[in-house]
Each structure stands twice: as C-alpha cells, then as structure tokens.
Design a binder for this molecule. Structure first.
Ligand code: VGL
Ligand code: ZN
Length: 208
C-alpha cells in the first residue's frame, strides 16, 4: 500500500495496565508492540493516545457501591461498563509500555480525565458531546488517513475508528497490531461495526 504525507499512525492506549499482568490486561496485549514499532518507523506521522483517569473515576467499579468489575451501570450519559481501576494519572499502570517506540510521536493525546465521563474514543468522550480536540488537530495539519493500532480492538480502537469515520477520515485498522478484550462477543461485534462504517483492514506486512 502506498503511503502519503497525509497518513498517520494512531496508536491507541499501549499502556502497562492493558498488558499482561496489568490491572485491565488485554489478552496478548504485548503482541502489538513489535508491529507498532515497525509501523512507527514507516508512517510519516505518529500520534499516541493515553487513557488517563483521575483516581475515583466514574468508570471504575470501586466508585460505585455494590458493583463488580465488568458489570454495567447507568451514568448521566447512558450505560457504562465498570472496569477495574486502571490507568490512574501518574501511575506505572498509566505509563506507555516500555519497549513501545515513541520517539517519532508528534502528539500524545490523553483522554478519560473528566472525573464523571469515560472516553474510549480518541475523538469524542462517552457523553457524545465533549471533544478531545483531535479532529481539529488532524484537520489543521491536513492529516486525512488513519492507520489504527493498539488496545483494545473492541473498545478504544473501535470507538476511535467509528468517530474518525464520522469526522470524514479514511480509517484502516492494522489487524496484527491490535488485540481485544472480548466481553460477551464484543470483539466480533466490533469488527462488524467497523466494516459497516467503511473501516478498512490490513496486515502490517502490507505497509512494510
Ligand atoms: C479501554 C476500557 C477502559 C481501552 C480503556 O483502551 O480499550 N478499555 N478504558
Ligand atoms: Zn479507561
């Protein structure tokens, strides 16, 4: 596949808490690092995201009485999955994975820092109205095609991909550079939803 100056590698949430041994470990989450590092050397632009919650965040099960991890609750904007406490600002778990090549990253966008709103998407928080600023940043810089990699396929990668399509961007998920959590079939549903939204899929070898 031919790359141009308008292409960006968007690396979603490759942070210690999402790797094996982390607070919200994604199965094989560490397997994304090697392909991402190869892509980071190859794509003309690289942007990273970092899930970045204050302690006591509304998406943590411990912030709600009588709730267990992976149950849902109703927040002011709608249904919210309740997660183990993860990616708390400034902690080792929130740090980008050791071994992730970050030198060429031009922007690190943090999300999920409003105490009462989650943000799976790199573009739009879970209330459906609070924007991170990424769409404006990409537009100002003329960056129009995203290659998506990172964690997790069925949450932050999925929502970022769908919102990027809403923002009018071309989106391609790099299949071997993502891994999913898969809660009750969420991984298969995520691939379906992305296909319906016109999100492309490639293997990182196609960009080698
Ligand atoms: C994520 C659940 C909670 C993700 C972040 O990066 O996919 N998932 N916070
Ligand atoms: Zn989170």
């Amino acid at each position: 596949m031919k790359l141009t100056e308008h292409d960006v590698l968007l690396v979603i949430d490759v942070q210690n808490d999402f790797l094996p041994g982390g607070a919200l470990a994604v199965p094989e989450g560490d397997a994304v690092i090697a392909p991402i590092n190869r892509l980071a050397a190859r794509l003309p632009h690289v942007i990273l995201t970092q899930d970045w919650h204050p302690s006591g965040h509304a998406s943590f099960h411990a912030s709600h009485a009588d709730k267990s991890p992976y149950e849902t609750t109703l927040l002011h904007y709608g249904e919210q999955v309740l997660w183990p406490e993860h990616c708390v600002q400034g902690t080792h778990g929130a740090a980008l994975a050791e071994g992730l090549e970050t030198d060429r990253a031009e922007l690190v966008i943090r999300k999920g820092y409003h105490p009462g709103i989650d943000s799976y998407s790199a573009f739009l928080e879970a209330d459906g109205r609070t924007r991170t600023g990424l769409a404006g940043y990409l537009a100002e810089r003329g960056l129009t095609r995203l290659f998506l990699a990172g964690l997790a396929t069925d949450f932050c990668v999925l929502w970022s991909a769908l919102d990027a399509r809403e923002a009018g961007l071309e989106v391609v998920v790099v299949e071997d550079a993502v891994r999913g959590i898969d809660l009750d079939g969420s991984l298969a549903r995520a691939w379906d939803a992305m296909e319906r939204a016109g999100v492309g899929r490639i293997d990182s070898a196609a960009l080698a």
